[in-house]
Write a new protein. Structure first.
Length: 282
């Protein structure tokens, strides 16, 4: 009996070994593909591919009408890009928790426009959901913060995995589309920046490399740094720290891309590469 059991066991070993070899081969292949894509991405500033949609999420009719009516970026995309954009907005809405404060109830307009802003900024990314953010907290207007005893219009709180907006100020950011003041873009800019430097996916690596190129360029060119200040094209708040610098540059990049490109073409090129932005008027 013992001999028979041993013989039966030995017969199954080749199958087990084959399975283990296949698994090992797949792991090695996956790592090789990741390695090759990293080399490709750092050279060409883009991933092998940007979209894989297995199950397409759909916006409601009301959400789609809001997107078409209120969001210029979406309307400037081609038809194929609009399909992807709608799916991403619907997916973002589905994956995030929207929390109203002070009697505000998040409705379709709030969910759609906030989500569309995030999706717009990450539209060049493969991983676009900004994993750092799980909760989106919305106040009716500027809210009092006990952290520094002042009123805030918006903020990012990585410890709580939350981004916070004053809805009034979020809306005002889109009322004038070329003043380079947009609360939604600014705060999501912070979220994207923090998220990219805490991840190792291909889009985050492209962002990291691009940001390093941008900062190295400025450190090596004092005359350009002075031109940035003298031009007054970027508001002074940009020079607070490198987080605010990127968030302010992002506002200008989205709202006045032609002026940005004309005044600071090198910086514009870095921003475009970091975001893999090759859409609409960009």
């Amino acid at each position: 009996m013992i001999y028979l059991q041993a013989a039966q066991s030995s017969e199954t070993n080749p199958t087990l070994i084959t399975i283990l070899l296949i698994v090992l081969a797949l792991v090695i292949l996956r790592r090789f593909i990741i390695y090759v894509e990293q080399i490709y991405a750092l050279k060409y500033k883009k991933p092998f591919f940007r979209n894989i949609i297995i199950v397409k999420n759909q916006l409601t009719d009301n959400q789609l009408k809001l997107l078409e009516k209120e969001f210029t970026f979406y309307n400037n995309l081609n038809e194929k890009e609009q399909v992807v954009f709608r799916h991403r907005v619907a997916t973002f809405i589905k994956n995030k928790k929207f929390i109203g404060r002070e009697s505000l109830v998040p409705n379709d307009e709030i969910r759609t426009l906030i989500s569309a802003t995030a999706v717009m900024l990450t539209f060049g990314f493969r991983k676009y959901l900004i994993d750092l953010i799980e909760k989106i907290i919305i106040y009716p207007e500027a809210y009092y913060s006990t952290l520094n005893d002042t009123y805030h219009k918006g903020e990012i709180n990585p410890q709580m995995n939350a981004i916070v907006f004053s809805w009034k100020d979020f809306q005002e950011g889109y009322h004038i589309g070329d003043d380079n003041l947009n609360l939604g873009i600014h705060e999501f800019g912070h979220a994207i920046h923090l998220n990219a430097f805490s991840k190792d996916d291909i889009s985050s690596l492209i962002f990291q490399a691009g940001f390093k190129n941008l900062t190295d360029y400025l450190q090596q060119n004092q005359d350009v740094r002075q031109d940035l200040i003298d031009s007054k094209y970027f508001r002074a708040y940009a020079f607070t720290n490198h987080y605010e610098f990127f968030a302010v540059l992002l506002e200008n990049f989205i709202e006045t891309p032609n002026e940005f490109r004309a005044q600071f073409p090198k910086l514009y090129s870095f921003m475009k590469q970091m975001l893999n932005f090759k859409f609409a008027r960009f």
